[in-house]
Ligand binder design. Structure first.
Ligand SMILES: NC(=O)C1=CN([C@@H]2O[C@H](COP(=O)(O)OP(=O)(O)OC[C@H]3O[C@@H](n4cnc5c(N)ncnc54)[C@H](OP(=O)(O)O)[C@@H]3O)[C@@H](O)[C@H]2O)C=CC1
Ligand SMILES: O=C([O-])CC(=O)C(=O)O
Length: 261
């Protein structure tokens, strides 16, 4: 698997280290990188033995790349996903919030069918998606919600001296107001009832160090209550370590002949 990576931040660096340095993806290598800050991108490319691309278009067009990982932000997905998929390359999306827009989702789905490319959406910083998908398969999923609790440093505009509910509403509104903080609500929506029917509460809490997500769902299967207590990435408290692990896990399982879950 010859991988092109967009974004050299927390998740991007974790992938470069895990794949190119620690060899955690047998038969896979990140052969190209594009990130916004060229100085740090050049440094990363040297450190992790990959090619630094000076613009995103040349990375997308490169014949040396079969799959692109987006680890940048929602805007990058909106601007470049269609071009990547049209070129026949598969795409792994970290900023899954981009797919909260139903028209955009359908447009990408159509491109994939025509170009025979695929989109991979990692579970990110949560779990339980398998349960929602199974419950939904005969349309008997009734409710899905997520309560996210993070330290104030992980949420824009949060007070540092007291607990505060920063948001309560649907996943659709949540990702518009917190595009860097609540991608989890959109992957949950995509597995379950959609962004207009997924309840979200975001709490800033100075007493916590971890990013926790409590997922609750109910349907004819019974009830789900799942709490994930995520350690943050060392350099970015906004992002949970599990989010980076889940991208690596998608790559590791992509071509498996036995699929679990
Ligand atoms: N699905 C999930 O559960 C989760 C998803 N995420 C999402 O994953 C994405 C990556 O997270 P993370 O690595 O922690 O974020 P970081 O902010 O640490 O890194 C983002 C990187 O993308 C680069 N970048 C920004 N804009 C562009 C652009 N236009 N073209 C190319 N590169 C660009 C940044 O460059 P620069 O240094 O110049 O800013 C930076 O290197 C984010 O959107 C985040 O919200 C995060 C956690 C959980
Ligand atoms: O990493 C997390 O815990 C969740 C997160 O930032 C997101 O969903 O955007």
């Amino acid at each position: 698997m010859r991988i092109g990576l967009i974004g050299g931040g927390n998740i991007g660096k974790f992938l470069l280290q895990s794949i190119n340095m620690n060899g955690l993806l047998p038969d896979g290598k990140i052969v190209g990188l594009y990130s916004r800050n060229q100085q740090s991108a050049e440094q990363l490319a040297r450190e992790f033995d990959t090619e630094n691309y000076l613009d995103i278009q040349s990375l997308i067009e490169s014949a040396a790349i079969d799959l692109v990982i987006e680890a940048a932000n929602i805007q990058v997905v909106k601007d470049y996903a269609a071009t990547i998929l049209k070129s026949g390359k598969d795409l792994v999306v970290s900023s899954v919030g981009a797919l909260a827009d139903g028209d955009f989702y359908q447009q990408l789905e159509k491109i994939c069918q025509e170009a025979r490319s695929k989109i991979y959406l990692p579970a990110g910083a949560i779990g339980g998606l398998d349960i929602l998908k199974a419950a939904k398969s005969i349309g008997e999923l009734e409710s899905v919600s997520i309560i996210t609790r993070k330290p104030p440093q992980a949420l824009p505009g949060a007070p540092v001296d007291r607990e505060q509910v920063m948001f309560e509403g649907t996943a659709k509104e949540a990702i518009e107001l917190f595009p860097k903080n609540i991608n989890v609500s959109i992957i949950l929506s995509l597995a379950g009832l959609g962004p207009y029917k997924t309840g979200v509460k975001i709490i800033s809490d100075p007493a916590v160090r971890k990013n926790s997500h409590l997922i609750e769902a109910a349907g004819s299967f019974g009830a789900l209550s799942l709490q994930v207590e995520n350690d943050p990435m060392p350099n970015n408290p906004k992002t949970s370590y599990l989010a980076a692990l889940s991208v690596l896990s998608v790559l590791k399982n992509k071509d498996a002949v036995v699929k679990v879950g």
